[in-house]
Write a protein that binds this ligand. Structure first.
Ligand code: ATP
Ligand code: MG
Length: 220
């Protein structure tokens, strides 16, 4: 079971695709494509580096417990997780989008807020939503969803949604409009702190290569 190399946790889809150039900059080439392979552990051209493919929202958990040494996760996911025990040295500036409040076209969000109305909020990002509305002093009823948040206001499940927006195309297609910007989102490199101490000679070069490829400095 024990693996002496380093394990990087990634989700498939946009994070995997946008991470490939960063891996290349670190001299790492996956030996299989997770989109077509059913394998969850993917080797690379380097015997001391492997990838594990997990659900985007599970990346922080694998890294927190040391089942992966490093991972790449959206700031949205990290905010929900809390980031406990995770070292976040780099903003990779991939999978960029915005966390927004959106409503059905015609819904008077500003008016409702002004009146002090209780607002029904449907979202997958319950911690983010709770913090956001608490900081505005707005009372909400939270409705936890796992996907397709755009539907909720259309069928009367909620007044607003809190969701990620990139082009706005999905909102538009469903007659929704963004009314408030909560935060800018991009993906971060997360590192298990114990692993960094024990395997620094393997992990630090990866951090440095990613950092150089992104063109930013290590921030912590
Ligand atoms: P799943 O699809 O398994 O439910 P997910 O929706 O979190 O999980 P992805 O859609 O691959 O998985 O999103 C991964 C990350 O990419 C998100 O956590 C977020 O940081 C970012 N992301 C999500 N939607 C967009 C978007 N439309 N444009 C850019 N980045 C996005
Ligand atoms: Mg998705």
């Amino acid at each position: 079971m024990s693996y002496s190399g380093i394990t990087l946790a990634l989700s498939k889809g946009r994070i995997f695709v946008e991470t490939l150039p960063l891996l290349a900059a670190a001299g790492i080439t996956p030996s299989e494509n997770p989109e077509s392979s059913r394998k969850l552990i993917i080797g690379t051209n380097r015997a001391d580096v492997r990838l594990i493919i997990v659900r985007a929202s599970d990346v922080p958990t694998y890294v927190q417990y040391g089942a992966a040494d490093l991972g790449i996760a959206g700031k949205d996911v990290l905010n929900e997780h809390g980031g406990n025990g995770l070292y976040q040295p780099l903003d990779l500036q991939i999978a960029r989008c915005r966390m927004m409040v959106a409503v059905r076209e015609g819904y008077d969000y500003a008016g409702q807020v002004k009146q002090g109305a209780r607002i029904r909020v449907a979202t997958k990002y319950v911690n983010t939503a709770r913090d956001h509305f608490a900081s505005k002093g707005v009372h909400i009823d939270l409705i936890k969803l796992y996907g397709s948040m755009e539907l909720a206001p259309l069928v009367g499940l909620s007044d607003v949604i809190v969701d990620l927006v990139s082009t706005g195309g999905t909102l538009k297609a469903n007659d929704l409009v963004a009314v408030e910007h909560i935060s800018d989102i991009s993906s971060r490199l997360v590192v298990n702190q114990a692993a960094l101490k024990l395997k620094r000679s393997l992990i630090q070069p990866v951090i440095d290569a990613f950092s150089a490829a992104v063109g930013t400095r290590v921030t912590a």
